[in-house]
Design a protein around this ligand. Structure first.
Ligand SMILES: Nc1ncnc2c1ncn2[C@@H]1O[C@H](COP(=O)(O)OP(=O)(O)OP(=O)(O)O)[C@@H](O)[C@H]1O
Length: 264
């Protein structure tokens, strides 16, 4: 399913934080949103997963205005992993994941055997089957992150919006989560979801994303394949760092080596 943002601006408390964003994520593509702290990544993603309404412009899924859909219908198409997601109640991991099935349940809202199977599978896919009966609040940051990703997968979305999905994860888990997101978190067998994800780690972004959009001060300042976008000039200008580009000896993907100190 194709995701299109056209002229999207987002305001919070009367202040415009992101301005006039045009962004397209083709069906099954993995699109990275990168930018310095405070550049507006979370604010833009919150608008895409409907926590905020756009002050201008539109967010469309295959041409349909996402913000015009009933909540349940939107939740059958799009799932999110917000940055500070969670719950204040001590549900078990299984119960948290089961919340992802709510948009698919009718009538009594009771989970069917099929729903439970989807949840078990989602927990297993993020390597968290052993956490199923643990209380969510007592989990480590990385364990919580995996359970919340399982909840998003259990929603069987066509579009997945992720805000720093690798936060709190060790390097092996980071690689696993990105591979999982990339290769098969969709509804239906073999169906790849369209993914829009904020990432801080530019080297992970370079390897895993089909395209990057770079935000600075609430505006898109560059977009395209990682190799074209992650230039030394852009990194100096937008992130204030000096970087050298190298290529992965096996995959050829562009990778960045940073100087010890920020550019002065
Ligand atoms: N509810 C709010 N009220 C006022 N200002 C806000 C609010 N939410 C975000 N901002 C401001 O908007 C700007 C963009 O914030 P946002 O969280 O979207 O950035 P970000 O790129 O996700 O940052 P980070 O990389 O640090 O997570 C920041 O200056 C932030 O302080």
């Amino acid at each position: 399913m194709r995701l299109d943002l056209t002229g999207v601006s987002v305001a919070v408390a009367g202040r415009r934080l992101v301005h006039d964003i045009d962004l397209t994520a083709g069906s099954g593509r993995l699109i990275g949103l990168v930018g310095p702290n405070g550049s507006g990544k979370s604010t833009l993603l919150r608008c895409v997963y409907r926590a905020l309404r756009p002050a201008a412009g539109s967010v469309r899924l295959d041409g349909t205005d996402l913000h015009a859909l009933p909540a349940r219908e939107a939740a059958r198409l799009l799932a999110a992993l917000p940055q500070e997601a969670g719950t204040d109640f001590d549900f078990t991991a299984t119960e948290v994941v089961a919340m992802g099935r709510l948009p698919h349940q009718r009538g009594s809202g009771r989970a069917s055997a099929a729903d439970r199977e989807v949840c078990d599978r989602a927990l297993a896919r993020v390597g968290a089957a052993h956490l199923a009966e643990r209380g969510f609040l007592a989990l480590s940051g990385g364990e919580k992150q995996r359970v919340l990703l399982a909840r998003a997968l259990a929603q069987e979305p066509r579009v997945l919006v992720l805000d720093e999905p690798t936060n709190h994860l060790d390097i092996a888990q980071q690689l696993e989560v990105l591979a999982l997101v990339r290769d098969g978190a969709g509804s239906g067998p073999g169906q790849r979801p369209t993914v829009l994800t904020a990432l801080h780690d530019l080297n992970l972004a370079a390897v895993h994303c089909d395209e990057l959009y770079v935000l600075a001060a609430g505006r898109i300042v560059a977009a395209g394949p990682p190799h074209d976008v992650l230039t030394a000039e852009l990194l100096a200008e937008v992130f204030g760092v000096r970087a050298h580009r190298v290529h992965h000896p096996e995959t050829g993907a562009v990778q960045l080596l940073f100087d010890r100190l920020p550019a002065s």
